[in-house]
Design a protein around this ligand. Structure first.
Ligand SMILES: [Fe+2]
Length: 250
């Protein structure tokens, strides 16, 4: 059971209505919110897709949707905190864009310390992440790499990802990759566990929820899966302590 003061943070979620390929309306957003709360989630980083071409427009839409959803959560008495963020798609000179518009980063702090949730295009090989990470590091942009397990070559490149962790990168895995559902195959959890074990304080977990039925919110049985193998402490690191620090929450 979930303790009363427990914090559980979903670091990647398309819960904001009508912005991207995630929730299409307020009703679905509220459903995703309930699913999250029922699963013990207390905070969601709202991460609509963004890239340099549509960034300013997306930021405007995001802030509006975020404000609207916060009001509805309060009206419906759904105990869930929303934190602003974005899932930014890596393009040529992404670091310039994110320096000019730091509000596309995740968290409540003003300024450049906030991390950027970065995805590489989904048809790319994960080995591209190495180059992207070095460029970001050079420019002093703190990166959380979104769902590395969803790319071609993930298992083949586990050692490279391990060395990125050694250099201070953060990796965000999708909870559904550990137990079921969207984009799952059998050997995936083992490789993910290995990376979690390598640097448990540099791992975040997200639902990457898009739709209450097809790609629902919450962490599901990922919690049991992780705590059974790596213990409660590692779970707390991934879903509470590490994200709370990164996001600048009290
Ligand atoms: Fe996503």
């Amino acid at each position: 059971m979930h303790g009363c003061n427990e914090v559980m943070i979903d670091f990647h979620c398309h819960i904001l209505p009508g912005i991207d390929d995630g929730s299409q309306n307020m009703e679905h957003s509220l459903e995703l919110a309930w699913q999250s709360v029922e699963d013990g989630i207390t905070h969601i980083v709202t991460t609509p897709h963004g890239n340099h071409g549509i960034l300013l427009e997306q930021l405007g839409k995001r802030d509006k949707a975020l404000a609207e959803l916060r009001v509805r959560l309060e009206q419906e008495k759904i105990p869930l905190q929303l934190i602003s963020g974005m899932e930014y798609s890596a393009d040529g000179e992404f670091w310039k864009v994110v320096q000019e518009a730091p509000e596309c980063r995740c968290g409540v702090d003003k300024g450049d310390e906030r991390p950027l949730l970065l995805e590489i295009p989904l048809n790319m090989d994960i080995s591209l992440a190495e180059d992207v990470y070095f460029k970001a590091q050079l420019k002093g942009v703190k990166i959380v790499l979104a769902h590395p397990e969803r790319y071609e070559g993930f298992e083949r490149n586990a050692d490279m990802l391990q060395s990125l962790l050694d250099r201070g990168a953060f990796l965000q895995f999708n909870a559904s990759s550990l137990h079921r559902g969207f984009f799952f195959f059998d050997s995936l959890p083992k490789t993910i566990l290995k990376l979690i074990e390598h640097a448990p304080n540099q791992i975040l977990l997200g639902s990457d929820a898009h739709h209450p039925e097809h790609r629902p919110a919450g962490f599901g049985s990922a919690r049991e899966y992780v705590t059974k193998r790596l213990g409660e402490e590692v779970w707390k690191l991934m879903t509470d302590i590490t994200p709370r620090n990164l996001l600048g929450l009290a």
